[in-house]
Design a protein around this ligand. Sequence first.
Ligand SMILES: *Cc1c(COP(=O)(O)O)cnc(C)c1O
Length: 382
Amino acid sequence: MEPGRKEGPKRMIPVTKPFMPPRGEFEKQIDGIWDRRMLTNNGPLVQQLEQQLRRRLGLNHLLYVSNGTIALQIAIRVLDLHGEIITTPFSYVATTSSIVWQGCRPVFVDIDPDSLNIDPARIEAAITPQTSAILATHCFGNPCDTDAIAAIAARHNLRVIYDAAHAFGTRWQGRSIFGHGDLSITSFHATKLFQTVEGGAIIARTPDQEQRIRYMRNFGHKGYEEFDGLGINGKNSELHAAMGLCNIKYVDEVLASRKRQAALYDERLQHPGIRRQQIRPGAEYNHAYYPVILPDEPACLAVKAALEAEEIWPRRYFYPALCTLDYTAAPGNAPADLPTAVDIASRILCLPVYHDLEPEVQHKVAEIVTKTLENSPNQARA
Ligand SMILES: *Cc1c(COP(=O)(O)O)cnc(C)c1O
């Protein structure tokens, strides 16, 4: 508890709080950094964190980078993508902005209203001779239909990148979700389930691809005086890796508390006006977020305002839909052509979940949400 913050029903409840390790454990790692005076450039803690992540996830070619956005940019670059990239309009803005930043054009395909992921049945109609790849998000950690997407990619010779920024801990088809696609990326940002303050990873498939990404994340350096192609600074630091090494020991506890919290919300949030994302059957889901789909936008705004009046701050993840950004405007990307994403974005709300969220707060959240819906005029539709 920070000094000056009062314990009590009115203290501020954010949508999430980072998991923090016991401070003494972090200080021990910091002592080592002070002794070695090596702060970055693939130091020992970065290497240890990569090893531990690889072992935990059962992935041989994971590389730790400075954030999830640079991971996306490097992924697009290493696969040499150009022209059009088919993607989802319902994700965090970085999924789309990275495509544009790399000089490619996002082509949106609407989402499935149940999974909230890109709808594979609509992908083929969007493929043109300019299409080079599919970039799909495992939205809120829910696995995409990876088999259907892989089959489409094979038929049309497209690459597949998964934005798995929400998906740490999700397992699909018996292995880490990060093992799917030509490449996957993830984020370890402070708001994510496993955090290293800032940070992310690229998960390659082959030793050759891993090597090229290694050069790319370090300016192309192949030694002090030799370069292997174009690179950028995608390295992460020893201080960030230290946070990761402390937190990785607790990630099973974090996954367990998320699961308990989701079960409690499921039980308490009983109202016909609330619809939930359908998790793909067979997935081992991480419960990283708790989104609720409300009857319409006025109901969503009413619930948000009622919670905020009690100092509870849910978030409209993800609003607005990415097809409303001015830099994505193009024929086919019009919001009117992506009705499901636009509709869901207008009425979905993520409720607070974080490791030490108390059941009493969840009870209160559930009560405010259901009471507000009972008093809202449009409660039939869900
Ligand atoms: C958080 C997030 C990112 C960006 O990750 P950073 O580490 O913050 O750069 C990308 N995509 C999605 C879906 C995200 O939620």
